[in-house]
Structure formats: structure tokens, C-alpha cells
Design a protein around this ligand. Structure first.
Ligand code: NDP
Length: 337
């Protein structure tokens, strides 16, 4: 059994030395337990937060502990009445080949799920985040302008596509022309602006002639700076993530723009609300699943996955995810189906 443990806490961007590959024997399940073999491991931006010991909504991974992560696994041996050999399950085994579980939190995926890895993306946590954040906090109405960054990632791509279903004018922000082309041509966004462009703020303003009614916040930083002056009265901002700052070691250099932010929120009566998907909306997962499964069946939602082969490549893929080197939902395939 190979597993990646947290070797040290990063200062700034994570580096290979923050992870250590360990190997031990495959454990045997006891009474009431199952042995799981990981097939797919999800890599997600929140893992950067767990590598740090700063206070957050979830406790950090301890030094020497296996890196956390959502997984899709097969049951290899079962001593648990609810699970049989061969079952597909969604769980939280982390960055390792095998795991012993008492069954808590495991979700069965049925026999022969058509796309088992999708439970880590469009049909799972990121898709659910997009759905609830946009519909419950964003409250989209037909004709409104919706802006979302990280537009080709699993959250952003889903936000924009649901926005289109609801009749919004959708403007994406993404890193590079290939991602922007994908957002428009495949995902159906009205525009997509490359945040690397020198005149990014001007391009964003030109793409939003009626201002911005909903800004789904995934990244923060200079994208938020460009969005702030374009926000309309009564705009909504679902505050989902701030990935541009996850590797930051300090606050950005001044001037202090909090007064500008506060005055904008006040004068334009803007609603900005943070949310953590599982904690705030866990009880609404079935509503999401029903709706999303229908949209996928009807082929009105497109999903792009980036499959990485081999557990050994997980740290590099994760480091790249925080830098925008991924193109689509990052999933590591650890073993055969
Ligand atoms: P993505 O696959 O979209 O990966 C992150 C993307 O962020 C990168 O690909 C990159 O895309 C973009 N990015 C990175 N740095 C910058 C930067 N400096 N400026 C602009 N964009 C940058 O991730 P997810 O879809 O999984 O997650 C998106 C966001 O949602 C994250 O902030 C994540 O933490 C958050 N999230 C929050 C949840 C919650 O419960 N609140 C649950 C799940 C996710 P590009 O190259 O296009 O710029």
C-alpha cells in the first residue's frame, strides 16, 4: 500500500518536498470493516488549506498523516453487512492505494456506474458547490450578467452553464486563449476573458456593458479588483473560493482598499456571502443530484475531466492545479477499474 503523507507544511506554493511517499502492507479488515482499493482520487484547491495549520473550517492534515482527498474505490474485502466485494463507493480515503473503513460516510454508487469518477466532479462536491452557490446565493434571473472565473474548472464551468440554463448573459474569466475558447465554444459562455491579458480589466468592462449582477467568486485578487467597479446595484456575490491567494504568505501591498470595498457594498446594496458546501448545504444534496443527472442525460451540461495516471504523480498535479496548469477537473487514476 503506497500513500502520500504530509512531510512538512508549505511556505507559499507547495513543493515536492512537502509530500513523502510511504509504503506498508495492505491491512486486513476487522469485524464491521471493509478494505477499499482506490480507483480515482480527486485533487481540489481546498487541500492547500489543509496543508496549513492556520485556523479554518476543517482541521489541518497532521504532519506524517496521509493527505486528505475524496476517492472512488472498489470494496476488495468486506466484513461489513452493508457492503459486498466489488461494490463501487464514494469515500474519503485520501492519497493512497488502499484504506480500511468502518463504512461511515461511504456512499454506494450502484452496480457498474457509467462514469464513476464523475462523482468527484460534476455529480459530486464541485458540481454541488456550483449549483447551490449560484442558485441559492446568486439568485440568477434571465437577462442578468453573470461573471465567473476559473471558468473551465469543475466549479466555474458548471456555474456558467447553469447560468445559461437560467437565461443569464455569462462572461467567464480563464487563464489563456485555449481555455477561453473552450468556455465559449464548448460550454456556451457568451464571452471569456484571459486574465493574463495586459488590458484584462478593460476587456472585462467591454464584455459587461450592462454591468455585473452576479459575480461568482472563485479566485479573488486582480480579478475581483476588475469586477468591483462593474458591480450593479443589488448585485450578489456568492463567495466560494479565493484560489489566487491560497499560496500567499502575506497580505498584498497597500493601499488599503477595504474602505472602497465596504463603500461599494453599502452604496450599491450588494450581498456578499461566503459558503462551505458540505456544511451549509449538505441536506440538499438529493435536489442537486436529481437536477444535475437530468441535465447530463439531456446533454445540456458539458463536463471536462483531466485524468492523471498514477498515484506517484499526485503531488505534481496538485501543485499545477493551484497555478492553473489543469484544464478541467483533476482526477488521479490510481488503479484499474
Ligand atoms: P479549478 O479546477 O478551477 O482550479 C483552480 C483554478 O483557479 C485554476 O485552474 C486557475 O484557472 C484558477 N486560478 C489559479 N490562480 C489564479 C489566479 N491567480 N487568478 C485567477 N485564476 C486563478 O478548481 P475548482 O473548480 O475545484 O474550484 C474553484 C474554486 O472553488 C476554488 O477557489 C475552490 O477553493 C472553491 N471551492 C469552494 C468550495 C466551497 O465549499 N466554498 C467547494 C469547492 C471548491 P485559470 O487558469 O483559468 O485561471
Amino acid at each position: 500500500n503506497r500513500r502520500w503523507v504530509l512531510a512538512s507544511r508549505p511556505h507559499g506554493a507547495p513543493v515536492a518536498d512537502n509530500f513523502r511517499l510511504e509504503e506498508d502492507d495492505i491491512a486486513t479488515p476487522g469485524e464491521g470493516q471493509v478494505l477499499l482499493r482506490t480507483v480515482f482520487l480527486s485533487l481540489d484547491p481546498y487541500m492547500r488549506g489543509r496543508m496549513s495549520d492556520a485556523p479554518s473550517y476543517s482541521p489541518p492534515v497532521k504532519i506524517g498523516e496521509v493527505m486528505c482527498g475524496g476517492t472512488v474505490s472498489r470494496v476488495v474485502k468486506s466484513q461489513h453487512p452493508d457492503f459486498a466485494e466489488g461494490d463501487w463507493v464514494l469515500g474519503y480515503s485520501g492519497w493512497q492505494d488502499y484504506d480500511i473503513s468502518g463504512g461511515e460516510g461511504l456512499v454506494k454508487l450502484g452496480d457498474n456506474p457509467p462514469h464513476p469518477s464523475w462523482s468527484l466532479g460534476i455529480l459530486g462536491m464541485p458540481g454541488f458547490t456550483a449549483y447551490m452557490g449560484l442558485l441559492d446565493i446568486g439568485q440568477p434571473k434571465a437577462g442578468e450578467t453573470l461573471v465567473v472565473a476559473a471558468a473551465t474548472g469543475p466549479v466555474g464551468a458548471t456555474v456558467g452553464q447553469i447560468g445559461k440554463i437560467k437565461g443569464c448573459r455569462v462572461v467567464g474569466v480563464a487563464g489563456g486563449s485555449e481555455k477561453c475558447r473552450h468556455a465559449v465554444e464548448v460550454l456556451g459562455f457568451d464571452h471569456c476573458i484571459d486574465h493574463h491579458a495586459e488590458d484584462f480589466a478593460e476587456q472585462l468592462a467591454a464584455a459587461c456593458p450592462q454591468g455585473i449582477d452576479i459575480y461568482f467568486e472563485n479566485v479573488g485578487g486582480k480579478v475581483f479588483d476588475a469586477v468591483l467597479p462593474l458591480l450593479n446595484t443589488s448585485a450578489r456575490i456568492p463567495l466560494c473560493g479565493l484560489v489566487s491567494g491560497y499560496n500567499a504568505t502575506d497580505l498584498p501591498a497597500g493601499p488599503d482598499r477595504i474602505p472602497l470595498l465596504m463603500a461599494t457594498l453599502l452604496k450599491k446594496r450588494i450581498r456578499l456571502q461566503g459558503f462551505i458546501i458540505g456544511q451549509d448545504y449538505g441536506h440538499r444534496i438529493h435536489e442537486f443530484q436529481q437536477e444535475m443527472e437530468k441535465w447530463i442525460r439531456e446533454e445540456i451540461i458539458h463536463y471536462r475531466e483531466q485524468l492523471i495516471e498514477g498515484l506517484e504523480n499526485a503531488p505534481d498535479a496538485f501543485i499545477g492545479l493551484l497555478e492553473g496548469k489543469n484544464f478541467g477537473k483533476v482526477v488521479v487514476q490510481i488503479g484499474p477499474l
